[in-house]
Design a protein around this ligand. Structure first.
Ligand SMILES: Cc1cc2nc3c(=O)[nH]c(=O)nc-3n(C[C@H](O)[C@H](O)[C@H](O)COP(=O)(O)OP(=O)(O)OC[C@H]3O[C@@H](n4cnc5c(N)ncnc54)[C@H](O)[C@@H]3O)c2cc1C
Length: 501
């Protein structure tokens, strides 16, 4: 039976795994190895709503504590400056997988010409507002939000939470691993210490010290679907710019550029394909289009793909050490939370004696999850019919989407119906059918079932949109919302519920 767990790597993945294991299975001894000299990757700042749910609903970490330490701002979705519409907004609430009772078809059939303000979060994004306003003036904070967070602040916050939860932090650099009959028996530190455990979480980032290096698990590249493999990263101190309640994703000549909104800082990054542009060209384009970024932004290399199995013997890889896809949908922390939770569930279900069939099931699900994300991101690229550079031409002509052919054919025949969900390869990612429909409708992907909107239907449709816009105009922006939640009199729902008992 597992008693001693060792987590290798104290980036956000390792810390989330360690905290989750200790809070959900308190009888485990959980240690995490932190190497202050290696530091953290320093990117990974956009999240999805499952991250918020993981911290506050699943782990029951205090919102007040987390907000004080990590200083997140809110993200309602992604603004895509992308494709034939020029822009469209992907929110974390259903826009497409929804039908008004007074209209005969789901929303997507009404968005041929105009795709905006379809729901309240989309209207809030257009107005630059974070939340609707309650009658007392305060923000009405709904669960359909994620966070923008500075990576270093997130890591230091999670370290504090880990220590409070009873996780032991061991400073040192792992230089090798001792194999057991099955899996790993111990890891060795640079200073000669030997750390034994029954169960290891490899959270060593791209180094994949245990799964990749020690156990030599094969890595499956996603290179046929996702062509980008580098990012230029830079940012600047916020001046007069408003704090936008969303991430922006803009097309570039050989990839795309993100803008992430922190309270005092704006973070930019150009994700590109090194086969079709050099680092110098990417930096030049990045700086030309973002004159405020520093002279020498840093270049981060990555590869998209995942290890064939992410749980081998007594080692589970969580985070970049198990798999990675470029950050177009800010999926890494989403996957970290999802896989951590599944791992904890499987350990609990097997009473800390995981069986081979449970491990096989974990691997099957984790792999399907990564492959579904791969295809979803590939679709973003393949659908963009506007850009004419060699990179975008290659995306249209060569992106391998064989994993979602059934879904794409079903959409071509039937249009943006929620029934597309039954043609998805699995439903293991958090995007669901909504994500696919937003991308297909947002990029005006052609289909054979356009709906002839009658003037009456058009009037009803516009009434709904106008109501969203009116509510959003009264909304409250990020800056003012931060003021509210930092006020000593502010009470979070968990605090109100605790008081009520
Ligand atoms: C360009 C780019 C943009 C990204 N944007 C996003 C985003 O918007 N949203 C998102 O969710 N994710 C994003 N990511 C992914 C992001 O990297 C991860 O979400 C996050 O950093 C988790 O990474 P990790 O903890 O697995 O790895 P890391 O942060 O790299 O942590 C690994 C840890 O292991 C330690 N370590 C490694 N080897 C050893 C050793 N031998 N001994 C001791 N310690 C060791 C390191 O010191 C480090 O602390 C992005 C990634 C890239 C490359």
């Amino acid at each position: 039976m597992i008693q001693d767990v060792l987590v290798l790597g104290s980036g956000s993945a390792g810390l989330i795994a360690a905290v989750s294991l200790k809070i959900k299975i308190p009888r485990l001894n959980v240690r995490i190895v932190r190497d202050p000299a290696l530091g953290v990757i320093g990117v990974g700042e956009g999240t999805t709503p499952n991250f918020v749910g993981h911290l506050f609903d699943y782990l029951r970490i205090s919102r007040r504590h987390f907000y004080e330490l990590a200083e997140p701002t809110w993200k309602l979705g992604i603004r895509f400056e992308w494709g034939p519409r020029g822009r469209f907004d992907y929110t974390f609430s259903p826009q497409m997988d929804l039908q008004w009772g007074d209209l005969p078809r789901p929303n997507g059939y009404f968005c041929d010409d105009e795709f905006s303000n379809v729901d309240l979060p989309a209207a809030l994004m257009r107005e630059g507002k974070a939340f609707a306003r309650q009658a007392n003036g305060a923000p009405d904070i709904q669960p359909w939000h994620a966070f923008h967070m500075e990576n270093e602040k997130l890591v230091s916050t999670l370290e504090k939470v880990a220590m409070e939860a009873g996780v032991e932090i061991v400073d040192g650099k792992v230089t090798g691993a001792e194999r057991a009959e099955a899996g790993i028996a111990a890891v060795m530190l640079e200073d000669g210490r030997r750390l034994e455990a029954d169960f290891f979480v490899d959270a060593s980032g791209f180094r994949s010290e245990l799964l990749g290096k020690a156990l030599e698990e094969p890595f499956d590249s996603f290179g046929k679907t996702l062509f980008c493999d580098r990012a230029v990263v830079g940012g600047w101190e916020r001046g007069e710019e408003p704090i936008l309640p969303y991430t922006t994703a803009q097309t570039m000549d050989a990839g795309w550029c993100w803008q992430i909104e922190h309270e005092r800082h704006i973070n930019r990054g150009y994700v590109y394909c090194s086969e079709l542009t050099s680092d110098d060209e990417a930096v030049e384009e990045f700086r030309r289009k973002n004159p405020k970024v520093p002279e020498s932004p840093r270049v981060v290399k990555f590869r998209s793909g995942c290890y064939r199995r992410m749980w081998v013997d007594n080692v589970v890889a969580i985070g970049n050490s198990g798999g990675f896809v470029e950050p177009l949908e800010a999926t890494a922390l989403m996957v970290v939370c999802g896989h951590t939770r599944t791992m904890v569930d499987f350990l609990l279900q097997t009473e800390l004696e995981p069986t081979p069939s449970m491990i096989a099931l974990y691997n099957e699900q984790a792999s399907k999850n990564w492959h579904e994300i791969r295809d979803f991101l590939g679709l973003h690229y393949q659908l963009n019919t506007v850009e004419q550079t060699p990179f975008w031409k290659r995306c249209r002509e060569e992106t391998d989407l064989s994993g979602i052919q059934d879904l794409l054919e079903f959409y071509r025949e039937n249009g943006p119906t929620g029934f597309c969900r039954y043609r998805m390869p699995s439903n293991l990612s958090d995007f669901g059918v909504e994500g696919y429909l937003v991308m297909l409708v947002g990029n005006k992907a052609p289909h054979n079932k356009p709906h002839r909107v009658t003037p009456e239907e058009k009037a009803i449709w516009e009434r709904h949109r106008t109501a969203n816009i009116a509510k959003a105009k009264q909304g409250i922006d990020v800056k003012e919302s931060l003021y509210y939640v930092r006020h000593p009199g502010w009470q979070w729902n968990d605090e109100i519920q605790a008081k009520r008992g």
